[in-house]
Design a protein around this ligand. Sequence first.
Ligand code: F3S
Length: 393
Amino acid sequence: MYLSKEEERMLIGELGYAAQKAMEILVALGKIYDAERLVPITSAHVSGVSYANVGEDGLGFLEELASDGKVLVKTTLNPAGMDLERWSTMNIDKEFVENQLRVIDVYSRMGIEITCTCTPYFVGNEPRMGDHIAWGESSAVVYANSVIGARTNRESGISALAAAITGRTPLYGLHFEENRRPTVEVRVQQPKGDFEFACLGIIVGRIVGDGIPLFKGILHAEPDELKALGAALASVGGVPMFHVEGITPEAERSADKAVEKLTITESDIMNVKEEYATEANPDLIFLGCPHLSLTELKGIASALSGKKVRKKLWLCCSRSVKLEADRLGVTQVIEVAGGTILCDTCPIVAPVKDLGVTVVATNSAKGAWYSRNLNNLCVRLMSTEECIREATI
Ligand code: F3S
């Protein structure tokens, strides 16, 4: 792989230990994917933040990088294993709290913004169309590629961090126009609301795997609905990017390249809803996977207004969205009803099993998929309205 003079200096350690380690990681990655060179990036987003995932070995490696490593581009951070301020509300074990704060501290020393959200595009990490970026977190990757038109592969936490430290990423995969074209054309009827977008993502993710679907037949879609669709596609399948004809920015350029065609009907959507229907009584109802936007929080507040929450209801969002919700009185409505807004975390990366949770209900396809397959919980997948009803009966 071609390296510039500066990149060679990084590789032989002339620019410090962290830059050398980071460059070694990127060169190894570039060789695996036959990248001819590195490309400068405008931003990075680092996943792998919960102490439950990082562990002591991972923390040791991060400490070594932080000895002289600093990020060269705007870099944001994925959710941690707890709300960094209200961890006691979550009944998190004290040892976990201390370890999680050590992880946050080490990222902070490297110059990473402690955003702790999977929606970096809501908190100021807003690449422009065509920008090369290096993002971890599959739901953020699929949103950046599809809705924003920025270019990133599905980076791991460590490859995104290496890219942040060097300001570069190997040039391969979705950084090239020709790899961003659809592989499957999917005819659908207009989904009704974010829940049906999520169900659509489950069905298509299962079929296309890591392909790139082009949806036809969707006449309108809100950003939050595209967020739900993308998160489902990326978790149930391994979809890094999708197009929606007439809506997403690169759909038209690439519309004639799809090779395979399929049709999704209303009964397919019904079947997914039934698959996740269960009578089990949830211990925890959570909304905000990916993290809620301010628009979504406002909608939930208005649905909760005048009602009383009788089960544990967690609403997950970024801290900056919560601050805005505080300012607008949205938080107060939710808290008066008995809901809990949590920042910096989510029930997938938080140790919820240690809190005695066995059955969860959510409107999120990704949340349902990981709760079932990673955390071994019983899951009810329902619309936002149904989740609110369940929480308040
Ligand atoms: Fe975000 Fe956690 Fe879901 S990181 S996408 S809320 S699994």
